[in-house]
Design a protein around this ligand. Structure first.
Ligand code: ACM
Length: 534
């Protein structure tokens, strides 16, 4: 469908790269097609934003984005007078060839026009426009003496992938709601459209569930902190109320970002076992212990008896009420299922269900969740371990232990999101460990992130459509503050944004870094504590 546009884009993008040294178009992620012309459009207090209907909703977002630095609000209006210099935003079905997120942006000295088939496309056009303006436009307070000029240009743009995600981990170190909102703002500038929130793990349960109040009363209060055993570090306790969640989901939706909730099971489940020891293996013994002691003894693995299945389905019922995301993530990774093999009750459970071994029990448990989510019109996503033992057709696999899981799943007809440790684990070091803040390990420099292609050759051509996209992980064991989170995320997430959005053929690391130098000025203005380039 998009082939002709892509071909057009490649020629023009290459054209851009040849003038990159003197050019003033430094957009990240790189648009598909950029055609520069002479001159500029100047935004002044008398500039009008012209938009109607759903486009007017997006137009308000543009006005709000420009107002703090410019010091004036461009009131949206529904029509322009002849000869009036205006920013026009318009929905137009004829651009549906660019997909639901594509847009055209045309700038002449007289007019800026952002046109798209869907509101999301207009929103992404706004993000590009923000990057065409001087970086100072991102400043949160009024900036005087800046000419708000937009270079004349014609951009045709659409994303390569429909899933362009990041993951944050408030389970390990709680992330205050306002910090999540700010994180979403920065994601939007990079045209990300998924934020997976790892809401539960051994170290904490971070979402209020009305039916099971102890999940947060006990499960959000555990003092596990890895880095600050002396108690001097930032608090890792806390949880989101259901009102907090509604606010985060709405704030994200306003930025065309879907929040993908992750409720981990059957492993990484220590917090809920502390709260409800009847979920664990050998529950009577767990119940007899103090919560803090219990936490050390849980092993983090639930026992998948029928009541445990009901517990998680109850939790997912409340989760589905809060999160409109079609995809609901249930974890499924790293389960130490040998503990089931050696447990008499679980042996009896396997026998009753006629399952061969503990792998069978793991698959059975995941299948219960899949059937439940599917019956509510949702789709289960899990880490690639869920492939073991076979999968129902509608399940989506997130490939983290390299690409093999993603390749196998896509070739078997499953949707996949590529999230391999080798290229997308932003909790890894990004330079020599001795000169970096303490991290979990690994080594993932910026260039390696940028080199990633989410469609491995081993995926059959007719299965490539199953690659939904790519996601970067900010696991939180060692990330306790927003400043550190931004340091680990950027600029690697800028590279990932480009992998997820820009045409494969246009990838050019040198040219990316050249644009990135300008982009880092934007992040600086925003107050983002990114890692400087080497
Ligand atoms: C994972 O990093 N265990 C998905």
């Amino acid at each position: 469908m998009l082939r002709s546009v892509m071909a057009f884009g490649v020629v023009l993008v290459l054209g851009l790269s040849s003038r990159a040294s003197g050019g003033d178009i430094n957009v990240i992620p790189q648009p598909v097609a950029v055609e520069r012309a002479d001159g500029a459009f100047r935004v002044t207090p008398s500039t009008r934003i012209v938009a109607q209907g759903a486009a007017a909703v997006e137009a308000k977002k543009l006005a709000a984005a420009l107002a703090p630095a410019m010091g004036f609000v461009l009131e949206p209006t529904t029509s322009s007078k002849p000869g009036e210099r205006a920013i026009e935003m318009r929905l137009d079905d004829s651009l549906s060839t660019l997909g639901a997120e594509g847009y055209e942006l045309r700038v002449t000295p007289e007019q800026v026009a952002i046109v798209a088939a869907q509101p999301a496309g207009l929103f992404y056009g706004i993000q590009t426009l923000r990057q065409l303006l001087p970086a100072a436009v991102l400043r949160p307070t009024r900036v005087d003496d800046v000419a708000w000029d937009v270079p004349c240009v014609r951009i045709t743009d659409h994303p390569r992938f429909g899933w362009r995600g990041l993951l944050i981990d408030p389970a390990r170190h709680f992330i205050a709601k306002d910090d999540v909102l700010r994180f979403l703002d920065v994601m939007a500038l990079h045209k990300f459209n998924r934020l997976q929130i790892h809401l539960t793990d051994n170290e904490g349960w971070r979402i209020e569930i009305k039916k099971y109040p102890q999940l947060t009363e006990l499960g959000s209060q555990m003092d596990w902190n890895l880095r600050h055993r002396d108690g001097t570090g930032p608090r890792c306790f806390g949880f989101y109320t259901q009102d907090d969640i509604r606010q985060i989901v709405q704030y994200a939706a306003d930025r065309h970002i879907t929040i993908v909730p992750e409720i981990e099971m059957p492993f990484h489940a220590g917090a809920e076992i502390v709260a409800y020891p009847e979920l664990g293996i050998a529950p009577d013994r767990l119940a007899s212990l103090e919560p803090q002691k219990r936490w050390r003894e849980t092993s983090g693995l639930v026992a998948p008896r029928p009541q445990t299945v009901i517990f998680f389905q109850d939790v997912l019922t409340e989760v589905m009420e809060l999160f409109p995301s079609r995809h609901i993530h249930i974890g499924g990774d790293e389960a130490n299922i040998e503990l089931w093999t050696n447990d008499p009750e679980m042996q009896a459970q396997m026998k009753r269900l006629q399952l061969k071994d503990a792998h069978g029990l793991h698959s059975w448990f995941i299948a219960q969740m899949d059937a439940f989510l599917s019956s509510h019109g949702r789709r289960l996503v899990g880490w690639d371990e869920i492939l073991q033992g076979g999968l129902a057709p509608g399940v989506t696999v997130m490939s983290w232990r390299g690409e093999q899981g993603g390749i196998a799943a896509a070739n078997a007809g499953h949707d996949v999101v590529m999230a391999p440790t080798s290229h997308t684990y932003f909790d890894y070091y990004q330079g020599p460990a001795a000169s970096e803040p303490l991290a979990i390990g690994g080594n993932l420099p910026l260039a390696q992130v940028y080199s990633y292609d989410p469609v491995p050759e081993a995926i059959a051509p007719d299965r490539v459509r199953h690659v939904l996209g790519v996601q970067g992980q900010l696991w939180g064991e060692f990330i306790a503050t927003p400043a550190h989170r931004y340091y680990m995320a950027y600029p690697r997430a800028a590279a990932l944004a480009e992998i997820g959005w820009s045409a494969r053929e246009a990838k050019d690391y040198e040219q990316f870094v050249s644009r990135l130098r300008h982009h880092l000025e934007r992040l600086r203005v925003l107050g983002i504590t990114f890692r400087p380039l080497d």
